[in-house]
Design a protein around this ligand. Structure first.
Ligand code: ZN
Length: 138
């Protein structure tokens, strides 16, 4: 099942951005062998199928590795910020920002969960929060 849009060009990654707006983290999943993949690709790397659908991630994972970035993305960014490679439970590795963690407390293997925010122009982005913080802390 390919994702289609009304009118205009069909963007392979439109489902991903629409999902973020609905606070859902969606990935491509091969319709033939079930392999989940990211970034978006036209063909399954496992079986070569061109047929795909989407699956919703739990948004739960652990930090695989991270950096403290001092490079501002936007003029109003307040650097530095934590950028991590997150191992999601579904086997996807996703680059994202991490919020809610003191820089000194950041570490590999901390448990994180996805969070969504409007960057200010109606485009929603993902970021990750430590599970302790997301659950209200303790
Ligand atoms: Zn496949």
């Amino acid at each position: 099942m390919a994702y289609t849009a009304e009118g205009g060009a069909i963007r392979d990654d439109q489902f991903f951005w629409d999902g973020l707006k609905e606070h859902r983290l969606l990935f491509q999943q091969c319709s033939d062998c079930g392999t989940v993949r990211h970034p978006i690709e036209p063909m399954c790397g496992n079986c070569g199928s061109l047929e795909w659908g989407t699956m919703e991630s739990s948004g739960h994972g652990t930090v695989y590795t991270w950096i403290l970035s001092h490079h501002p993305n936007n003029a109003d960014d307040v650097p530095p910020r934590l950028v991590a490679l997150v191992n999601l439970d579904e086997g996807i590795r996703l680059v994202s920002n991490v919020a809610g963690v003191e820089h000194d407390a950041m570490a590999n293997d901390i448990e994180v969960t996805v969070d969504y925010y409007d960057r200010g122009d109606g485009v929603f982005l993902h970021r990750f929060l430590p599970v302790d913080s997301a659950a209200g802390g303790n």
